[in-house]
Write a protein that binds this ligand. Structure first.
Ligand code: HEM
Length: 309
């Protein structure tokens, strides 16, 4: 299938699952923007020459989100997980670069083609009348997709209290030309225990937004950016396979989350922002993982669709 048709089919399958909600993202529809800064560690500058990793503090905007493509999905609903975080780093020369991560270490599939099979199965399963057969067949042949669906994804107490995984590996290049392959993780300084299913179900629909708002009114919040390095033999081209937590990790820097985007501009700013995991700067480039480039192209098409009335 030509790539453009593949991306359109992926977006169609998301719309068939969640419905069309003009102005909102096809997935991760409900979100919250927080403004802050990022300061890289010394080690970050030694593994990549990318401008935002050289140690000077740069402004960032983070968008925390729920998985569902239905904007009204409550924060504690199982469809609201995994949670997402998208980060935009703004550089002094006007350039910017993004990270897009979610709160599950892995993905159901390795390629956009397989994701289409998965999404079309889900869309058929929620259609009226439902047809569970395509999803059952897909899952029987894709055990990691089955694992993704069945793995617990408990609701957090805070958007800033859980780990987010970049999933798709990237190549980091320093000034000498040395290269490393790694995957991002964004994590709290102190992990918070998650809610039980019963606790999550009893929470207010916007409890995660309210929690961040209340905490920021008392001061800044910190999160860390970590790079998990590939170990020999790790599948760098397959984001559906998590790497061992024993792999070497480097702390790339610390985010300071300082203030919510003001209420008057919150929704419009979310609509205007278009994050992409493929928006990279010199010093970070694509790895053998095909998903980053596909996501980059696909998210651009998604933005055009969601901006249509
Ligand atoms: C082929 C695979 C994928 C497809 C088809 C897909 C689809 C989409 C679409 C259509 C959007 C909305 C984009 C927009 O309107 O701005 C989106 C956003 C998002 N995706 Fe994916 N995605 C894929 C892979 C992934 C992976 C691997 C992750 C986790 C690392 C991820 C996490 C997110 C997050 C967190 C957002 C919200 C970004 C924001 O706040 O703007 N996606 N995705």
């Amino acid at each position: 299938m030509p790539q453009e048709r593949l991306y359109d089919a992926l977006l169609d399958a998301l719309t068939a699952t969640f419905g069309r909600h003009p102005g909102f993202r096809a997935t991760h529809a409900k979100g919250l923007l927080v403004n802050g800064t990022f300061t890289a560690t010394r080690i970050a500058g030694s593994i990549s020459r990318a401008a935002h990793l050289q140690g000077q503090t740069v402004p960032v905007v983070l968008r925390f989100s729920n998985f569902s493509g239905v904007p009204a999905t409550a924060d504690g609903d199982p469809m609201a997980s995994p949670k997402g975080v998208a980060v935009r780093f703004a550089l002094p020369n006007g350039e910017f670069t993004d990270i897009v991560a979610h709160s599950f270490d892995g993905f159901p599939v390795a390629t956009p083609e397989d994701f289409l099979g998965f999404l079309q199965g889900i869309a058929a399963n929620v259609a009226t009348p439902p047809d569970p057969q395509p999803l059952q067949t897909f899952l029987a042949n894709h055990p990691r997709a089955q694992h993704f669906l069945e793995a617990p994804k408990p609701a957090p107490r805070s958007y800033a209290g859980l780990e987010y995984f970049g999933v798709n590996s990237l190549l980091f290049i320093n000034r000498k030309g040395d290269q490393l392959i790694g995957r991002y993780r964004i994590e709290p300084l102190l992990m918070q225990p998650s809610l039980s299913d019963a606790q999550a179900a009893a929470m207010h629909a916007d409890y995660l937004q309210e929690e961040i708002s209340a905490r920021l009114s008392k001061g800044s919040l910190k999160m860390r950016l970590v790079l998990q390095l590939a170990a020999p033999g790790d599948a760098v081209e397959d984001g559906s396979i998590a790497w061992s937590r024993q792999n070497e990790e480097l702390e790339l820097g610390v985010f300071s989350l300082d203030a919510l985007e003001p209420a008057e501009t919150q929704q419009l700013a979310q609509q205007r922002l278009a994050f992409s995991p493929g928006r990279l700067l010199d010093g970070i480039s694509l790895s053998a993982d095909p998903m980053t480039l596909a996501r980059d192209r696909l998210y651009q098409r998604a933005v055009l669709r969601r901006q249509r009335p």
